[in-house]
Design a protein around this ligand. Structure first.
Ligand code: BGC
Length: 359
């Protein structure tokens, strides 16, 4: 009888301690995040991907119980700086920032550091500041490698005699990612350029010359129109254009539609924006890199949660990304390529787009 009574007492004690533990666990994240606000800074609404990134981050952070202050900066560095200043003044618990210009946030982030607000660099590394705790992105060098390899295979560069004509177009010089994309692609393509199998008729091959200010479609289009009229207007075949992302690939496709009469070249891209997937379906773009922004958001929310619980965020790369003040521990998601053969599986069956969106 006494034994039974002790057993019941023990059960009550265990249940009570479990309840207390659950309650404490809830509080450590402020009731699963509780009243903690996470500041999320996105560069612009004009590019489709950042809208998706922002929406996914907001949705997934809220699902984890956090409040979210989500801001877009219209690709204006000063606007982004003041948005961050306001968030710091409002005592956000953590900042997630996709920077417009990686070099322009050092001063404002010093204020974050002073207030011990952790900072996660989102997609683009923030340079020359020791205020960044972590970086989460897709493997940027691999993005470029996959674009280069796609061209290598499409033109059968390993076996075909060539020569083939190619032009190059990359991103904004203030975006640290752009060099990784460019270098990844050029490490595949350069041996063929050196051997003469690939020819860049315009002679424009160095990063600064092939960069596109603001990643803007119209800038890429103007440069491509000039290249076409100077080097390909006489019927010279253009075999490939290595464009680092979809907004620049769109500019290339517009220029080709307007003023190029030869066989459509192999054209790369990145992001699987709706307009570009539509171009892929009609044969005006060969491939795009698919970076599932749901995966990146998911990973960043895991990082946020770990930091808010006082722990270390999960990372899988501790050597590749030096921001000038030291290595920033990074989580790299894996990009994949999409083309007309696999886009349905990757983009529609996965629920990223509906079939109607791509019509
Ligand atoms: C991103 C790309 C995007 C580009 C232009 C880069 O930092 O990684 O996905 O296409 O910016 O917004």
């Amino acid at each position: 009888m006494k034994k039974r009574f002790l057993g019941i007492l023990l059960c009550i004690a265990v249940v009570a301690s479990l309840l207390v533990a659950c309650d404490t666990k809830d509080k450590s994240t402020g009731g699963k995040g509780g009243d903690k606000t996470i500041g999320v800074c996105m560069p612009t609404k004009t590019l489709q991907r950042w809208n998706q990134d922002g929406e996914n981050m907001e949705k997934q952070l809220k699902a984890a119980g956090y409040k979210v202050d989500l801001q877009y900066a219209d690709d204006d560095i000063q606007i982004q700086v003041s948005q961050i200043e306001n968030m710091i003044a409002n005592d956000v618990s953590l900042l997630v920032i996709a920077s417009i210009d990686g070099d322009s946030l050092g001063t404002v982030l010093a204020q974050a550091k002073e207030k011990e607000i952790p900072v996660i660099a989102y997609d683009r590394l923030i340079m020359n500041t020791d205020a960044v705790s972590y970086y989460a992105t897709f493997d940027n060098y691999m993005v470029g490698t996959k674009q280069g390899q796609y061209i290598e295979e499409a033109l059968d560069l390993k076996n075909a005699a060539g020569p083939f004509n190619i032009e190059l177009i990359t991103g904004d010089p203030g975006d640290n990612n752009a060099k990784y994309f460019f270098n990844g692609a050029m490490d595949v393509l350069n041996p063929y350029i050196d051997s003469g199998k690939l020819v860049v008729k315009s002679g424009q091959t160095d990063f600064a010359t092939v960069a596109t200010a603001g990643w803007k479609t119209e800038n890429a289009q103007t440069r491509m129109e000039n290249i076409i009229s100077s080097f390909y207007a006489d019927g010279t075949q253009l075999d490939a254009v290595m464009a680092s992302n979809d907004s620049t690939a769109l500019g290339v496709a517009n220029a080709l539609t307007a003023s190029y009469t030869g066989k459509w070249p192999v054209l790369t891209g990145q992001d699987c924006d709706v307009a570009n997937v539509k171009n892929m379906i009609v044969g005006k773009q060969s491939m795009s890199i698919f970076k599932d922004t749901r995966d990146l958001a998911d990973q960043v929310v895991k990082m946020v949660d770990a930091i808010m619980k006082g722990g270390e965020a999960p990372v899988n790369d501790k050597e590749s990304y030096d921001n000038g003040k030291g290595i920033v521990p990074t989580y790299l998601c894996e990009p994949v390529f999409a083309d007309v053969n696999n886009y349905k599986e990757l983009l529609i069956e996965s629920g990223y787009y509906t079939e109607d969106q791509l019509k």
